[in-house]
Design a protein around this ligand. Structure first.
Ligand code: ADP
Length: 402
């Protein structure tokens, strides 16, 4: 059988991640990142056969320049990879209510992505640029592109979970509601956990904690998302690296009316200057925070606030899962690596009969996957490295083969 590969593209606001994946063997043949667009520090680096290569541009770049460089100067240099690409998968941050699954890219789905841009103004427009540009660079794959949405996994939420208690016309007319995010990651880790525990996915119940620069938590019942902490946008929910998560909305009016801070500045404060960065005035990097936990009071306090919030969410989601919780899952850069965050969070949950095995917890980092609970724990606790790119590659393969 000939090898078929999928080219996965993830356009961020000023970065681009990419990979070429075999969706059947799960092998990642080439992958990399380009960062700092619109800035002279822009670079692209990629790994192939365990070798890292890097080009620094020393000039202003953008998504268009990087995609051209990536295909013409990198991918085409490896014809045994490039010639086997049969489809392109794009990560799309927001699908609004238009998409409950990944879809083929055509004029109708492009229109739907445009409509949802209002909820993800930093992401959807650049992801549309990615689609348009790559269609020009690789025209023979123009009709073999698939959009995979961060929001579609959460389209199974009931009205009870997705409606805010605002005057109802704000939903009916303007579609203001909870959409959630990180759906691809929650879907991947829950599917993987069900397989590990040998439980059929449509009977699998879990709480999935994706803790990275952005963090969200999802309650999954019978394999479907039934509640999630991110809302209309990825600002709601848990305390994050630089985002505030849940706050009293009246704080915004206080900042505006009493402190005379402009509304755009307030948005910047809440999204870029808050979270553990804002609490410490130091960093949002949990590697650093973890190292100085016992030595620095502000760091200790920030981590305690992070854990207080996370454990409250886990506890409240247990009641949504009714009769049985098959697993609690930790994933994302922090969930996969932070021994301290997992230990302190699980300690707070002992009322549920959940117990951590310290030795297993200490071992689980840097891409390792497995259980971290004691044998007598009422709920298995798993660490599973997320793999959003693989889901994008597999969905793309599934949809272009329909
Ligand atoms: P993104 O949301 O951008 O995908 P990641 O999932 O890569 O982010 O997570 C980034 C976070 O993971 C950062 O806060 C980083 O400090 C944290 N992290 C990465 N490695 C470790 C580690 N070994 N120990 C603790 N935290 C880590």
């Amino acid at each position: 059988m000939s090898i078929k590969l999928i080219f996965v593209i993830n356009c961020g606001s000023s970065s681009l991640k990419f990979s070429v994946i075999n969706p059947l063997t799960k092998e990642r043949l080439l992958f990399g990142i380009s960062e700092y667009f619109n800035n002279k520090n822009s670079y692209i680096k990629w790994i192939i056969n365990h070798n890292e290569q890097k080009i620094e541009f020393n000039s202003i770049t953008n998504h268009q320049i990087i995609l051209n460089y990536l295909v013409k100067k990198i991918l085409m240099k490896y014809p045994n990879i490039y010639n086997k690409i049969i489809g392109i998968g794009h990560r799309i941050v927001h699908g609004g209510e238009n998409f409950t699954d990944s879809v083929i890219i055509n004029s109708k789905s492009i229109e739907g992505i445009k409509q949802a841009s209002i909820f993800a103004p930093l992401h959807n427009p650049v992801q549309l640029i990615g689609i348009k540009e790559i269609s020009k660079i690789i025209p023979h794959l123009k009709n073999k592109q698939v959009a995979v949405f961060d929001t579609s996994f959460h389209q199974t939420l009931s009205e009870t979970a997705y409606l805010y208690a605002l005057p109802i016309h704000f939903y009916e007319k303007y579609k203001i509601r909870r959409y959630g995010a990180h759906g691809t990651s929650h879907k991947y880790v829950s599917k993987t956990a069900a397989k590990i525990l040998n439980i059929s996915l449509n009977e699998f119940n879990c709480i999935s904690c994706h803790l990275g620069n952005g963090s969200s938590i999802t309650a999954i019942y019978n394999g479907k998302s039934i509640d999630t902490s991110m809302g209309l946008t990825p600002l709601e929910g848990l305390v994050m690296g630089t985002r505030c998560g849940n706050i009293d909305p009246a704080i915004i009016f206080y900042m505006k009316n009493e402190l005379n801070i402009k509304i755009n500045k307030i948005y910047k404060i809440l999204t870029e200057k808050s979270g553990v960065l804002g609490l410490t005035h130091l960093t949002s990097d949990f590697r650093y925070l973890e190292n100085y936990y016992s030595k620095n009071k502000k760091i200790k306090r920030a981590i305690k606030i992070f854990i207080h919030n996370l454990s409250k969410y886990i506890a409240s989601y247990t009641i949504l899962l009714k009769e049985k919780i098959n697993a609690i899952i930790f994933t994302g850069g922090i969930g996969e690596n932070s021994i301290l965050i997992r230990e302190k969070t699980i300690k707070k949950l002992k009322i549920f009969g959940i117990f951590l095995d310290k030795e297993l917890n200490n071992y689980m980092k840097l891409g390792k996957s497995g259980f971290i609970n004691k044998k007598n724990s009422s709920i298995p606790i798993l660490v599973i490295p997320t793999n959003e790119e693989l889901i994008i590659a597999q969905d793309t393969f599934r949809i272009i083969n329909i």
